[in-house]
Write a new protein. Structure first.
Length: 122
């Protein structure tokens, strides 16, 4: 298991767990849950993050278009959208009704949980 992850500013954040998670997202226009097998738990981060490098390694296409990003799986039957807010792109987790983006919120198990799973979408 990774002990730390390097952030965009070259600082490191401590990884305290890893596992699997499901996170809410708008999938092909419908609210659904996306499964992630490689999830890191990094409690010092303010947001849950998705790794563009990991997505592209899995065959996903990530296209940034100004204020919007499209994430499409290899067989192109799954499409996610992310809205730009400042320097971050926030994955849509509910239908967009105005000009704001929704953030991903996932529940975390406690460190003493037997079946583990600390989660932080990467």
């Amino acid at each position: 298991m990774k002990k730390a992850m390097t952030l965009a500013d070259k600082s490191e954040a401590k990884v305290q767990g890893h596992g699997k998670t499901n996170f809410p997202a708008i999938l092909n226009g419908q609210r659904s849950y996306v499964h992630s097998n490689e999830t890191l738990y990094v409690p010092s981060l303010s947001y849950n993050l998705l790794s563009v490098a990991k997505l592209t390694n899995l065959g996903f296409t990530v296209q940034f278009n100004g204020q919007l990003a499209d994430i499409v799986n290899p067989v192109q039957d799954m499409k996610l959208k992310a809205d730009r807010v400042g320097d971050l792109y926030f994955l849509r987790t509910e239908e967009k009704k105005d000009n704001t983006a929704s953030t991903v919120s996932t529940s975390m198990d406690t460190p003493s949980s037997g079946d583990f799973q600390k989660r932080h979408a990467r």
